[in-house]
Each structure stands twice: as C-alpha cells, then as structure tokens.
Design a protein around this ligand. Sequence first.
Ligand code: BGC
Length: 413
Amino acid sequence: MTSSEHRKTPVNKVVEIPHLAFPKGFLWGAATAAHQVEGNNIASDWWELEHSGSPVIVEPSGDAADHFNRWPADLDLLAGLGLNSYRFSIEWSRIEPVRGQISRAALDHYKRMVAGCVERGLTPIVTLQHVTLPMWFRRAGGWQADDSADLFGQYAETVLPVLNEGAAWVATINEPGFQPLMSALHRGDEAALNAWRGGPIPEVTPDEIDDLVRAHRAARDVVRAGTDAQVGWTVVLHDLQYDSEGEAEAKQWFDTHEAPYLRAAREDDFVGVQNYTRSRFDATGEVLPGPDDRMTAIWEYYPESLGNAVRLAKSVVGDVPIVVTENGVPTEDDSERIEFIDRALRSLDEAIADGVDVRGYLHWSAIDNFEWALGYGPRFGLIEFDRTTFARTVKPSADWYGRLVRANSGPTV
Ligand code: BGC
C-alpha cells in the first residue's frame, strides 16, 4: 500500500483546465533522473563530489526520495493521476560500479522498472546517462578519454535487455552541453565553481563537443540495432530573446552552448527539448533579470519560453520529431506550478498549431529532487516526500495536471 495523501487546492486558486489541440497518442508524463531521486548512488562521480568538501555543494544526496526502493508506489501514483508516460534514467554506476564488472541485480532492477511502467500503461522513456558518471569512468578521463565512446557504446549494449522490456524512447546523454561544465567542476576549475555561483558558463572546446557527439552516436547505433526504440538525446534550450543590437550576442551564445547538439540530432529519431526559462541579450551580451522581473528559486519565471524553445529546435533539426523531455519550475508555492504548466502548455499549443512536430510533454519533475549542487532546496516536484519517513504527498499541481491530461487525451484506440 502506498503511504501517500493528496493535498487540496485552495478554492481561490483553482485554474481552469485549458483545451489543447495536441496530436493523438501524445506522451503526457513526468520525469526524474536516477541520482536525483534514487538515493545512495555510491559508485558515481557525483557521490564522490558531494563528499569531497567542494565549496559549491550545499548538501549530499543521501537517501534522496528512496525511489530506488519505492518506484512501484511512485509509478502507481503517476498512473493514478492519468499520465501515460514516465521518463527516468538508468544509473550507469549501478550497472557497472567497477570497470567491466556488471551488476546483474542492477540490470534486473531496471528491467523490472521498465516492465513496471508498461504494466501500468506508462510508456517508458529511458535516459542512459543523466549528469552522473561512474567514478571509474570519470577518473579514467571521462568523455575526454580516447576510449570514451567505445565504453559508452558497450554500456548501451549491456543495458539492451533493460530497454527491450518495452522502452519506446531512449535518450543517450542528457543535456550534453552541461557535461563540459560537470567535468570542469570535478576538476575543481575556478571558472566552473564560479558558474555554479551564478557566473558565466565557461567556454566549451570543439574537442569536448566532438567527444560527446561520438559517444552519443556509438550508443545510438547500438540501441537502434538492438531495440525497436526511437533514439535521440536531450538538449537544454533557452528561449533566446534579443533586439537588433543583441542579435549577434544571442547567436554566439546559441552557437556555443546549444546549436552543436541540435545539429548532431539531425539524424536521430527524435530530439528531447528541455526548457525552463528565457535568456535576453543586448549589445553588451546577456542581460540578467532585474528587480522588476518575476523570479523562481533559481531563474526567471517565464513559462512562455517553452513554445519558443521548440520553435528554435525545429529551426535546426527540421523534421526530426521533438519530445519535451523536461519543463518545470522550482517553487515552494505550488499554485505557481499550476500557472506555469498552464501557460507553458498554451505556448506549446501555439507552436504545434504553427507546425512544430511535438510528440510529448514530460514535466520536470515527478518527485521533488536532489537539485545537484543546490541540494534539496529548490522544489520542482509534482509529488513531495517526507525526508524522514519518505511518505509521499501529491501536490495540487499534480492533481490539476492529471485532470488536464485526462481532458486532453483522446481515445487511445
Ligand atoms: C537537468 C535536471 C535538473 C533540471 C533543473 C536539467 O538541466 O536535466 O537534472 O534537475 O534541469 O535544474
């Protein structure tokens, strides 16, 4: 039995459910990533970083939401809301805690999770690598090592039995653009530490991008050959806004941080778009939000960025289908989440009406998550959990989103 309860929406905050003209078979879901919810991923580079005394880490991940053990009850909750898909990641460091040593038990675990999604009517969308890497892989040079693409391809081969339990969509690397920053953080580079404190994101070298693209393609080819899944990767995209003076700066940002990963997706089966906010530019470069802008716990509150982000993706990937693999808001005030989803989806509706081929929307996140260096402060979840008992509480935004999904899901046959 699930120990969970549903919190009620205050009557004055009820938001009408929008009618959205999304395509038939649209994936309606929510997302998580292993290290952010499972707990005790002790063989990962992040676990090591969390215990290294790094000045930017607020707190360690510890037990997280204990999703590793509680996933059946969590899937029951998501299916009970009316969602039809769930995105989660396989933790490479659990599958292969030591180079070449495969954990059969971890493989079985993820096989049961994929099968568990299918049994509940949740289409599994599986990420192979979401931020964390096995400690041994990181120590051997990470993505920059000569054999990194081979090793990632071999890992993909190892998890084929997991994917063949019914994973319909597979993302190889989550947010490749974030990986060079991760590598720099693990090295303790001052620029990376500064970026975590709100400073500019350090430049990425063409070699670093190439390494990621090679690894992606190695895994993609293995998954394509060994499963029926649609394969791609997931790219973070800001809605870039600029006036004529800021155009060059915005384009330079896009070319450096986002476009290379979209271009690499042109031969994929889909591309995952992950969007949280906008970035504005003028002649001086990026203009940070000012005192008059509405803020979330981390960045500007600007839900309409989603529609623009998928349009931007289309401008590079052309006809490759898009799945919104992450979109959400870090807030303690759950009514802000309802407003955010409502406005974000309306902007997505307009983009779809204008011809952008969007196949799904996976809200980030299903459960309040470990937000990397920021620890458990920012709350993205549709579901919250008690950090001592792990009891789940379904937030009003989850019930509202579930109603929206039910109202906008056509007949399934
Ligand atoms: C990442 C998640 C993260 C989320 C919110 C994305 O960049 O994939 O791991 O929690 O954004 O910051």
